[in-house]
Design a protein around this ligand. Sequence first.
Ligand SMILES: [Zn+2]
Length: 222
Amino acid sequence: MKALAPLFVVLCLACGCALPPITLPPQKTIFEKNPSQLNCVFAGAVDFEKKIITETLSIMPAKVQQAIDKIVVDEERTAEYTGNMIAYCINQGGWMEIHIWRPRLERCIVWHEAAHAYDYHLGLDDDIKWLKIIGDGPGHTEGRSYPSKGVLEKYGAQDWLEDRAVWVEFIYRLIANQSHPFRNIPDFKDARYIQKLGILLEQGFIDQVVHDTVLEAINSNK
Ligand SMILES: [Zn+2]
C-alpha cells in the first residue's frame, strides 16, 4: 500500500434532474433507520456537523463506514486543497482521512469521499474487473453528455477511481431520495451500467437491497 496516495476530490455537481421518489420512504426515515457503525475520530466538526456526517454514513454498509479513520471539517481550504478541490481523501499508510471544506459539507460529498476511503481500504491499485468493463467509457471528449456508456457524469470520466466514487455517490443519492441520474439514462441498455452495479455489490460498497433499488431505477428507463 502506498505511504501517501494521491488526493482525490469531487466537485459534486448537481445532476439537475428532479424525478419524484417512487419506492423509497421519506428522507427522515431513511437516515433514522440504521444505527451508526462509524468508528472514527472527528476534527474541526461541531456537534451538528458530526450528527449530519454520522447519519449520512449510516446508510452505507458497516465495512465502508469502518474504513474511515478520521473526518476533518476544514474552515479554510488549506494548501492540500489544490485546484477546485472542496474535499479529499488521503491514505496515510492505511489510515484513511477525509477532509471536507465546511461550506461544502453536503451528504453527496460525504458518500463520495467514503467511497474513496473504502477503495483505499480494499487496496486495489487498479480494479481489473472495473477497467475491463470500462471499455471506451471513461475519457471525456468534447460534446459528450452524461450519463453515457456506463459513466454517470463528466467528473467520473477522468479515471476509474473517480468513476466508482461518482457511482457510489449517485447510488446513495437515489437511496436518500436526492436527485440522481438513474432514471434518466439515454443508453440504459448498455450492459456496463448493470455490470458496474454488480461489482459495487460484490466488493461491498452497497448491499443487495440497495443494488436492487438501483437496478429497478435503471430498468425503469424507457
Ligand atoms: Zn473523488
